[in-house]
Write a protein that binds this ligand. Structure first.
Ligand code: HEC
Length: 394
């Protein structure tokens, strides 16, 4: 496909994905907040089925929202459902994953230093992680283990660790990290499609037929909704960190991604405790945020300065020669590699001044083995070491 067209497609998909994701997460946060803040109605409500209500002020108006313990006596004429936000977030996310990673699997998903997979095999691994993650999680929830929240959380976390390690064993680290996020996002959307909405539909259908609504279906949906609530922050963190090699590269990339997930869950947990009126709830959120700082500190790689390592300093001319052969086929005003019509990210590494101005970025991308993309230009480990030593010595 024309490279420029692909860029426009990507920009628009990203926008669509963000907008629908914001709507989904906004609704999810709002209802979670409602649940935590509903207080007993105070006896002045004529409807005995109303178990609690919440007053709020927003946008210059007062609001009063009531919550039913079970179902109202009669279905209202207009009942709002919240599902398209979730579906469209997943659909646009899946299309983004497809156009960014699967479409160019050789460059984006395969790192021969990790495993020399074919493009087809890499895409197969990616697809299997999305489908397999959901099937395993859903099977667990439906099994007797699903009735025991602590055991479910323990086994679920162990499976996440195993899945993350497996992805980092076979895919390029950046693709592995993105697939961990996509796997969790798929579980969230599938929870809406296969459990939450069907449960609600069963309740509404029963009421239309004049039967008592099956409240168990609602309870199952509420549990999945709670799982989704805890997954939102980890998924967002993994998604937004994808452009930053520090968040997933190196020998411990899998552990960094998992640590980000734990921190996201802790921050969310603090907010949930606060909603429930527990004392000093933000301690948990602070532990989560502090954890993030620790992860950042633990992953800093200062490395020896060139003068301390004993090796002779690398000149910019030496570095520029490597960049010319390994980077410029793509990063030039007129790239020579087929499929590239403009320098990626507007970064043309043609002249000395640009190379010097971008030395930090160049070294971090090269050290993390993200660039050259898919190592299509065959950069050797020795050349990587030279580039890193050059940047550190500046
Ligand atoms: C096969 C083509 C190709 C080669 C070869 C290549 N790059 Fe890139 N580079 C890209 C693409 C595509 C992007 C944009 C990636 C993205 O959207 O995240 C990029 C982005 C970058 C960025 C910006 C990263 C960011 O997110 O801000 C830097 C820095 C970079 N490359 C450095 C290099 C260096 C240094 C080399 C040589 C060692 C190199 N690239 C070789 C295709 C290439």
């Amino acid at each position: 496909m024309d490279a420029q067209l692909l860029q426009w497609l990507s920009v628009n998909l990203r926008w669509f994905h963000l907008v629908t994701g914001a709507a989904w997460i906004g609704a999810s946060f709002y209802f979670n907040w409602l649940n935590n803040n509903i207080r007993p109605a105070g006896g002045d409500d004529p409807d005995p089925a109303v178990k609690g209500e919440v007053f709020a002020i927003h946008g210059g108006a007062f609001y009063r929202v009531s919550k039913y313990e079970g179902a109202p006596a009669r279905l209202p004429a207009i009942l709002h459902w919240f599902k398209w936000e979730a579906y469209f977030t997943w659909i646009t996310g899946f299309l983004l994953l497809g156009t960014t990673y699967w479409y160019d699997a050789a460059a984006m998903m395969v790192d021969p230093a990790v495993r020399a997979l074919s493009s087809g095999a890499a895409i197969g691994v990616g697809a299997a992680s999305l489908l397999g993650g959901w099937l395993l999680y859903d099977g667990l929830c439906r099994s007797p283990i699903g009735q025991r929240p602590t055991l479910l959380a323990g086994i679920g976390s162990a499976l996440l660790v195993a899945g993350t390690c497996a992805l980092f064993e076979v895919l390029a680290p950046r693709a592995a990290a993105m697939h961990v996020g996509a796997m969790l996002g798929t579980i969230m959307a599938a929870n809406v499609l296969f459990v939450i909405i069907p449960g609600q539909r069963a309740m509404v259908d029963a009421m239309v037929a004049g039967r008592a609504p099956p409240l168990g279906a609602g309870a199952a949906g509420a549990l999945r909704s709670l799982h989704n609530n805890y997954l939102t922050l980890p998924v967002l963190l993994v998604m937004v960190s994808n452009h930053y090699p520090a968040a997933w590269s190196g020998d411990w990339g899998w552990l960094i991604v998992l640590a980000l997930c734990v921190c996201g869950v802790l921050v969310r947990h603090g907010f949930n405790l606060r909603g429930q009126g527990r004392s000093r709830p933000f301690v948990v959120s602070w532990i989560g945020a502090g954890g993030l700082c620790l992860v950042a500190l633990a992953t800093l790689r200062p490395g020896p300065a060139a003068s301390e390592s004993g090796a002779p300093p690398v000149s910019t001319t030496q570095a520029q020669a490597i960049i010319a052969t390994r980077c410029m086929p793509c990063h030039a005003t007129e790239p020579t590699l087929p499929g590239f019509v403009a320098p990626p990210k507007g970064l043309a590494l043609e002249d000395r001044a640009t190379i010097l101005a971008n030395h930090e970025k160049i070294a971090s991308q090269v050290e993390a083995r993200v660039m050259p993309l898919g190592n299509l230009t065959g950069m050797t480990d020795e050349e990587r070491a030279v580039i890193v030593a050059w940047a550190r010595g500046l």
